[in-house]
Design a protein around this ligand. Sequence first.
Ligand SMILES: [Zn+2]
Length: 136
Amino acid sequence: MGFDNFGTVSFTTEAKAVDFITYLEQGKFMTTRCRACGTLQFPPKMDCPHCLSSDVEWVEIKGTGQLATYTVVNYGPSGFESEAPYTLAVADFDGLRVFGRLSRDVSGADIKVGMALKVVSLKLPDGKVSYEFQPV
Ligand SMILES: [Zn+2]
């Protein structure tokens, strides 16, 4: 199973970081940290962009983050037309910026920069997996 099992529309089937999907299926939201320089990455990268080491480890992103910024998508791009409107967000988890969708349960005036968020893995109706931010 690979990235063809991720999200509403999959743009790639193979990636070095395919374990990301396996962890999501287990309900874990994981990313990578470089063992050589300690840099945490999101999305997960199997080669460190800072020191070029391939010695990376998987670590779980848990706890509470804060909404750093967001945008409401009213006209979805190809493959996402039927899903709009939805909210794309960047959340800060102790300095690590994570990109994803905000839960549909939060909208309009309820969305506040700085609001506390957690990241949750999702099983989509078609059996694929994804994740979203939910308020804490
Ligand atoms: Zn590194």
